[in-house]
Design a protein around this ligand. Structure first.
Ligand code: ZN
Length: 56
């Protein structure tokens, strides 16, 4: 079982399918892939950072 964990997330992820972030389970090449969700709203921030990062 492989775990995909967000880097520097502010919650502690359990390397289990019962993690608090409600991970997505996928299978790739017979291997189980547990994709953990970042709970800090990073996906929304990424789009915002494009314009916000340009300011001085
Ligand atoms: Zn998790």
């Amino acid at each position: 079982m492989l775990h995909v964990l967000p880097v520097d997330d502010w919650i502690e992820h359990r390397e289990d399918t019962t993690c608090v972030c409600n991970p997505t389970i996928e299978t790739a090449g017979g291997e189980m892939l547990v994709i953990h969700n970042a709970v800090d709203g990073r996906e929304e921030n990424e789009t915002n950072n494009i314009s916000a990062g340009e300011g001085r």
